[in-house]
Each structure stands twice: as C-alpha cells, then as structure tokens.
Design a protein around this ligand. Sequence first.
Ligand code: MN
Length: 339
Amino acid sequence: MKSVMIRKPGEIAVVDSPMPAEPEKNEVIVRIKAAGICGSDLHVYHGRSAFAAYPRIIGHELAGEVYQAGSLVSDLKPGDKVAIDPVISCGNCYACRIGRHNVCSSVKVLGIHVDGGFSQYIKVNAGNVHKIPDNIPWEEAAVIEPFTIAAEAVDRGRLSADDSVLICGAGPIGLAILQAVRRAGAKAMIMDIIDSRLERAKKMGAEKVVNTNNTDLVKAIMDFTDGEGVNLIFEATGSISVLELCVSALVSQAGRIVVLGYPRETARITPLDIMRRELDIIGSRLNRNMFPEVIEWIKAKEIEPSSIISHVFPMEKVREAIEMYDSEPEKTCKIVLTF
Ligand code: MN
C-alpha cells in the first residue's frame, strides 16, 4: 500500500509500505479515504516536533471505511463510515485514572509518536474508531479531529453563553474554536495577521475581527468589552508575546486563558497579574473522547466543517500540498488529502 513518510526532517516521500497484519480481537483495519494536513504534521516534516521519531508515516486527522474488524468487535463492520481518534493512552497512570487520558503520561498520537494514517490502510483499536453518518462527505469527516480539539478547548475553558471571548489565531484550530463558541451562543472576537483568514472568521459569525498588524489589540478588546477585558481567551497562535499580552492586558477579572499554542520559549508573566484577578491559565491538548460530541454537532448542523477547508489534494500530491501550506498562508486554511 502507499503511505506518506517523513524519512527524516525535510524529506517526504510517497512510499510502498506493508499492509497491516490481521487485526487482533479488538482491532480494526480502516481503509483511509481522506485525511487533513495539520500544523503538527508540518512540525514533524521540518524536524520541529517535540514528540516525533523518524522515519514516520504522518497523519492523524483521519476518515475512512472499516475494511476488516477483529473477532470481538461487535459494533463495527466492513463498509462502515468512520472517523479515527488519534489518541492512544495507557489507562493506568494518574491522568488516565481520573479520566484525562489525553494527557496520559505515555500518551501516543497516531502520526506523531507512532505511524499514522496518511496511508491507504491503518490498523487501530476499535475504541478509537467512531461511526459517522453516511451523508458526511469524506473531506469533512477528515476535519472532525480538529473540531475535537475545539470541543476540548471550550470544555477546558468552561465556556458559557454569557462569556466575551477572544480567539488568538484564525488558522484551522482558531476557526474551529470560533464555531464551537458561536454554537454555544457566546460572542467571539478573533485576531490574526492574515486578512483572508479573518474574512473567513467573519463569515463564520465572529463579532469582531482584528488584524494586529494594523490595529491595536488592547484598545480593540477594551472597546469590545466596555473596558472589562475578555472573560475567556483561546491562545492558538503559539506566539509568546501574544500569551504575555493576554495575561498582562487582555483578560478580565476572574478570566480564563486556554493555552493551545506550544512554543518552547519562556514567557514573562507576572504572578501579580494572575493573583489579583484570580486567573485560570489552562492547558488544552488533543481531545478527551470528544468524537461522539462533535459528530452530534455535525448531525445537528451546529457547525460547518467544510468552511475550514481551503484545498483538497490527492495523496500523491502531498509534497505540493505541504509546500502550499508552508508558503501561502494567506491562501490556505485546512488542506485535506484524499486516498
Ligand atoms: Mn491536527
């Protein structure tokens, strides 16, 4: 079968790889139909991933149909249309014991720590496989995973309809969060440095969009919130200075800041800013069983997965797709590969 492999940082190829072996009792082989390209795939490609080893078959935003199911798998059969949760955990550590398996001490993510799904077939545990309705197009099914990131983030941030919200970053994750926030009925403002992404955000119902290249974010936030600051911030730019500004100047009293961007640099944050406003600074990683919830959102038409997709490429053109993602951020949003 064909797979997309990063042989070593900077070297990508479509390779022939062995078909998965017969599924164990609780395993399922899925024939991949579509898969989203994520910033973290690019981190693996460029050797910037904190987690990846090489060579690596990348890809963790996966949709396909069941090809073969193990003997104990009762709820999935060949031909079923499915999305795959890429999170694998141990089940025994502290995080797993308290139901936070997405931050398992030995968490593994398909396509990062272990081989992923930019491949014609992949074998996974049945528990990672979620049935989706037949009428979801494959491309949209491939972006369920980024929406699970958004579902996790709004859950971690304890979003309520009364919150004023700022989303930092209007890439695919910021835009997925925007849809999750709008779905809950809260007002959202979103910032970025690329106008075309902010245009997308406007169409998705952002109350206000700010290009921080030409607009003062602090002033815009204070205007938006009558001087109160925003109650809930999602930091999805990965910029240290943005995170610092969130803490020092943008968040309201009793506010929450959900951190999704993950630069390695050290931020300068004043404990007084955290203490006097009783801030919550909250990490959000991967998803904690959010696939069923997001699938419900899609069934109820509460979100529009297709609106974050900018391009679809056949998997053979993965190199072109990645080059475009890297070099033309103003043109691209989520790029999906078909198999
Ligand atoms: Mn992703």
